[in-house]
Write a protein that binds this ligand. Structure first.
Ligand code: PEP
Ligand code: MN
Length: 347
């Protein structure tokens, strides 16, 4: 059972709720978001109707929701309206307008990220992506520029009006990455790193949570539940393909996950056709399909010179490819009642 407090309920009102829960010999879990507090009640077995009515009467309580699913706070039942995650530059995930995150796999140099930022903002992206901490399969592969990369990202984003989304790999780096980024990315390999999920949730920044390499939708929603319960309620799910038996593509992009998630959770959902396919020529058709399927946005790898990229060159679009993609995406978005992002940079 979930007790949703009214926005700005007082500490006394929240304490009255947890005191009643304790008096009933049940356990409570308090999640304080920037707008409202939610109290989870654990251990309810019988007479749910009476309990529900008792809690609903308390001051400061907005609603009481009985929830049988294993994920609770992120479920549709917990919140009737869809969550819209808004960033300071105006980018929004979950509104009529799509959110488009574009940029290289890795931040490689100031020049590379500057050139990419200018090109993607002109083409209509509203977030700049790029890894400063890279989760590489080999310990000998390029691991990212670390804080230097974060600085380049921030500078390029500030010059162009873009927001920054970048991955954090380690609990020890959460505060550092949060200083530079507008949105913290949890990558596929860390989707079930529960310590990291808690730490990122406690940072209260918007979070982009990618699907694990072979995670079920339920496991993915449970990962989102960790972040939500830890305090960040601005979570965006990103489908990025799952492992399959067929080596034709790098991963199997599960576009059915988009409408499935939209029926199970109030959180926004975007699609990453770059990691989802691993093949440059598939990024455009899969972007079209993602938007047609109801995705709230895209995450696309773009590089000024993919042949020389330090990582993921074969799936990276050129600057021109990305501009073509955005031009051809506009009528598809329109056909399903969506629009491309308002330009982050005027003129
Ligand atoms: C990325 O987006 O930079 C990335 C490493 O993707 P994933 O975690 O989906 O593999
Ligand atoms: Mn990549």
């Amino acid at each position: 059972m979930i007790i949703v407090m009214r926005p700005h309920a007082s500490d006394e009102e929240i304490e009255a709720v947890t005191a009643l829960i304790a008096a009933m010999r049940l356990a409570s879990h308090v999640s304080r978001g920037s707008e409202r507090t939610i109290v989870g009640v654990v251990g309810v077995s019988e007479d749910k109707e009476t309990l529900l009515a008792q809690f609903a009467q308390l001051d400061g309580v907005e609603s009481v929701v009985p929830i049988s699913r294993s994920y609770k706070l992120v479920s549709r039942e917990a919140r009737s309206e869809r969550t819209v995650v808004r960033l300071k530059n105006g980018a929004a995930f979950g509104s009529r307008e799509l959110a488009v995150c574009a940029g290289p796999c890795s931040v490689e140099s100031r020049e590379q990220i500057d050139a990419t930022a200018v090109a993607v903002v002109r083409a209509g992206a509203n977030l700049l992506r790029g890894g400063a901490f890279k989760p590489r399969t080999s310990p000998y592969a390029f691991q990212g520029l670390g804080e230097e990369g974060l600085k380049y990202l921030r500078e390029a984003a500030d010059r162009t009006g873009l927001a920054v989304v970048t991955e954090v790999l380690d609990t020890r780096d959460v505060a550092l990455v949060a200083r530079y980024a507008d949105m913290l990315q949890i990558g596929a390999r860390n989707m079930q790193n529960f310590g990291l999920l808690r730490e990122v949730g406690a940072a209260r920044k918007p979070v982009l949570l990618k699907r694990g390499l072979s995670a079920t939708i339920e496991e993915w929603l449970m990962a989102a539940e960790y972040v939500y319960a830890a305090g960040s309620h601005d979570i965006v799910l990103c489908e990025r393909g799952i492992r399959s038996f067929d080596p034709q593509t790098r991963n199997l992009l599960d576009l059915a996950a988009v409408p499935v998630l939209l029926s199970l959770t109030h959180l926004p959902v975007i699609v990453d056709p770059s990691h989802g396919t691993g093949v440059r020529s598939l990024v455009m058709p899969m972007s079209f399909a993602a938007v047609a399927a109801g995705a709230d946005g895209l995450l696309v790898e773009v590089h000024p010179n993919p042949a020389a990229a330090f990582s993921d060159g074969p799936q990276s679009l050129t600057l021109q490819n990305f501009s073509d993609l955005m031009a051809r995406l506009a009528p598809i978005a329109d056909a399903v009642g969506r629009s491309l992002p308002a330009p982050a940079l005027a003129a």
